[in-house]
Design a protein around this ligand. Sequence first.
Ligand SMILES: [Zn+2]
Length: 330
Amino acid sequence: MVRRACLIQRKRKKRPKLPANREVEITSDSCPSCKGSRIIRVGKKKHVKLAYDLKFTAGGIRRQVIRYTALRYRCEDCHLEFLPDRYKRRDKHLHGLKSWTVYQQIVHRVSIRQLEAMFEDCFGLTVSRWELMDIKAVMGERYRKTCNHILARLVKSGLLHIDETHSNLKKDKGYAWVVASLADVLYMYRPNREAVFLHELLREFKGVMVSDFYSGYDSLPCEHQKCLIHLIRDFNNDLKSNPYDEELKALAAEFGKLLRSIVSTIDKYWLNKYNLHKHKAEVHRFFRAIEPNVYHSDLAEGYQRRLLKNEGRLFTFFGSRWGAMEQQSR
Ligand SMILES: [Zn+2]
């Protein structure tokens, strides 16, 4: 009810023009066509454009209304009449306002519709949803270079974590991919879960990639480390929902034993190559021991297959490069 009342009032009330906080006169010193500098002002009519911004201070956020003015010019060489380019290009919304819009959408997940109301309620500004959508696109384009810089740094790093998740869109499903080193993070939107695009994106990557067990990552030509946390989580979930599966329990217990012994070495010596090397034989024994097992439980068989398939990708961190890289980026 309150919301409706607000909306009705908002529609009814025709707001008086907002007072400007400052005025900026935009001038020109050359002709845009012939680039000559013999230009004169013509007429007295001041062209006026209002631009809106948000100013961030220690005490909060304030609305800014800036009144841009310009006069017409005429070039004495080519007789062109023109308004200063900077005036014509001047956006209605300035960077602070645009940044706040994107921040609200991404960090606080505020929808365009809600943002429209928030601008009205918090700042007395009318920013239509079409303008808000436009701002999103403009800012996306503006920060494309930054994204490319982040990507270049990620590709050069020695260690990448990668994951993807789906989200429900209005009509379809979309996927958010995240690639992260210990210093940078890049989120990407993709319309599907196909990992083929990573081949082009990470072509130059020469380090170790940490990922879950999604097979899309397997074909990337770099060293892989499958995420053990994902594996443990899957084991735990399946053990919890199948408490009577003795085969699964036994397999999980064996793997748990192996992992605990490795983790205790890491706790003691960090990712030291020499100390981890001693576990290689243990790992080998584990895989050779589970290889001939014939399970009746589908779950246990699934884990056996998964473990064997990823034999070379579960303990990549035994290698010397890994320890050095991890330490380097810490
Ligand atoms: Zn000219």
